[in-house]
Design a protein around this ligand. Sequence first.
Ligand code: ADP
Ligand code: MG
Length: 330
Amino acid sequence: MSYLAVKQLNKHYGATQIFENIDFSADEGEFVTLLGPSGCGKSTLLRCLAGLTPVDSGQILLQGTDLVPLSPQQRGIGMVFQSYALFPNMSVKDNVAFGLKMQKQSASEIRRRVDEALALVELNEFAHRYPHQLSGGQCQRVALARSLVTRPRLLLLDEPLSALDARIRKHLRDQIRRIQQELRLTAIFVTHDQEEALTLSDRVVLMNKGKIVQNGSAEMLYTQPVDAFAAGFIGSYNVLDAREAGALTGRTWQGQVAIRPESIVLVPAGQGIDALIVSHSLLGNVIRYRVRAQGIELLVDVLNRSVADLHPNGVRIGLQLDISTLCEVA
Ligand SMILES: Nc1ncnc2c1ncn2[C@@H]1O[C@H](COP(=O)(O)OP(=O)(O)O)[C@@H](O)[C@H]1O
Ligand SMILES: [Mg+2]
């Protein structure tokens, strides 16, 4: 039996179905990411798990008990929001202590556990500051400490890194993963950022328009997308129709075919498939080319090792496709 099992969960607002027959599970200590574009229903689903929004039907089984009839306080769940949601008139220490005070823990127990939680997020020296005296990253660490201090059975994180700048985002991302592993927390993390999902997660649940599209390891989602949406959303796959794929490979294909940009190899003109460099952009250590072959435009990623890897726009080039890296998608 899974630690968390979400079964046939449904939610609508008015005439709009927000999500439909959602089924997924998490093992104890697993980090599961709900990944999908904005508006696909991720936050609503997370709020339903926390009990902040009622569901229409379905079950949320945590350690075998259905949470649906329980109030948010009875569920033993911690939640972190994109907007931090700190109490502005309370110090860092009092923000973190809030949940324990609600539980009527003793003063000494509260002091001990607040210190412990602040140490986890490396914020002890900020205990007496107020939220307006903190950076965004520090506010989010307070919010994380506040959600951990009650030792939740399940930690929910709704785009906790989205409001932060890139450097802080990476640092806090690593910190969240470290703490989650140290405490063996079961975490459900929501994001629209595929890189975040792939780097953080034990498992990714990909959603689109209120439905689960694919559920598996980061590796599996990246290498075996089940449909054109998954191929486009994770990795910048080239998605070709059967005719285009046939023209490039000389084989017959039934449906659409997805090719990852890094699976296409550039070779000297005259070898492989004849192609033209249309444009290129530098993504740091990778050069992303847009090439045209037989009227079909493709993205090709090449590791930027030296100037020899840079081909100017308009030059002829050859392409090599490794058929084993192509996958047919629905
Ligand atoms: N309280 C609400 N009333 C009506 N519609 C809502 C409400 N909350 C969210 N929605 C709608 O539900 C859909 C999913 O929203 P949300 O769960 O916030 O998506 P995500 O977090 O994936 O961006 C959106 O179309 C949104 O407009
Ligand atoms: Mg959201």
